[in-house]
Design a binder for this molecule. Structure first.
Ligand SMILES: [Zn+2]
Length: 323
């Protein structure tokens, strides 16, 4: 029994000794080593960090904002990996170096607002408000192209040159084609009777517009159509069919809308009706093929077209015989 007690006492002592030595060893170990994160990037060990979440936060912030004002975000394909380990206390951490290494792999994306004209990118600005400002200014100036302007948000991986408002407005502004206001001096329009067949006047006419015939000369809806209609979208060029002098250029309330009449001599005239704009004036001398107007849908029409007449002493003849 006594032997047993002595044996028990010895093993308790041994136990205490063991625990104490463990604590001492741990203390010595902790004074030499410390827990730390080793960082791997792209399969390569790139350093150590004490504060993993702080480093992750910095990298996340960089991805979100980049390091330049215009950067929308930065794309980084690979992210670093962290492994907890024990290293000697004197090993230094290198957060800055790791940060540099990871962020230098990033692809910058810049955000811009592009002003497009017929879907073609024309100028770039930094904010939507600036883009809107430019469009509003162009609207105010009654620029002809406002309907074809659009604002598009763009993410691009190259830095674009931005344009200031004034330069953008100047480069995008497009003057509206002038339509002559109705004037008394526009000329006179006489009503014509309708002639039949072909009466040679010795003048060769060219087709006044690049378009197809949509309505022919002659009987139509119980009346006589005094010309040939060419269906063409508004704004199509109208050319003088032969050399002559402009004797009418302006509004006609009789149904022709904006009308041009050219006198070719010997009582021969050509009429160009329903124009959207007139690009000549009374008294102007024109050659065959000269631009005189743009087609449209003014006057009594159901759609945009050019109504073309050939008159000889105010008798309308079938223009198709003369083209
Ligand atoms: Zn017609």
């Amino acid at each position: 029994m006594r032997k047993l007690l002595i044996g028990l006492r010895t093993s308790v002592k041994l136990m205490i000794l063991f625990v104490v030595s463990c604590i001492v060893i741990l203390a010595i170990t902790m004074s030499v080593y410390r827990p730390i994160y080793s960082v791997y990037f792209d399969g390569e060990m790139v350093g150590y960090t004490q504060n993993k979440s702080k480093l992750q936060g910095r990298i996340a912030d960089f991805i979100e904002n980049g390091d330049d004002d215009n950067i929308a975000f930065v794309q980084i394909d690979k992210m670093p990996e962290y492994k907890l380990c024990f290293v000697k206390r004197d090993i230094e951490t290198n957060d800055d170096e790791i940060y540099e290494k990871v962020t230098s792999e990033g692809q910058d994306y810049y955000k811009y607002y592009a002003l497009t004209l017929n879907s073609e990118e024309k100028v770039y600005v930094a904010s939507f408000e600036e883009a809107e400002d430019i469009v509003n200014e162009l609207k105010e100036k009654n620029s002809n192209n406002v309907e074809n302007l659009a604002i598009e948000q763009k993410y691009v991986n190259e830095k674009k040159e931005t344009t200031d408002k004034e330069t953008a407005v100047t480069s995008l502004y497009q003057e509206k084609p002038k339509v002559e206001t109705p004037k008394k001096s526009a000329g006179t329009v006489k009503s014509a009777s309708v002639g039949s067949g072909f009466k040679d006047v010795g003048i060769k006419f060219i087709k006044p517009i690049t378009a197809t015939i949509t309505s022919r000369f002659g009987s139509r809806w119980g009346t006589k159509h005094k010309g040939t209609d060419f269906g063409a979208p508004t704004g199509t060029s109208i050319k003088a069919a032969a050399a002559g002098t402009v004797t009418y250029a302006g509004w006609n309330s009789g149904g022709y809308g904006y009308l041009v009449i050219i006198s070719h001599g010997k009582g021969v005239q050509t009429y160009y009706a329903h124009c959207s704009s007139i690009l000549t004036k009374v008294g102007a001398t024109v050659k065959a093929g000269d631009l005189i107007a743009k087609s449209g849908a003014t006057g009594h029409v159901t759609g945009p077209h050019l109504h073309f007449e050939v008159r000889i002493n105010d008798v309308a003849y079938n223009p198709e015989y003369y083209l």
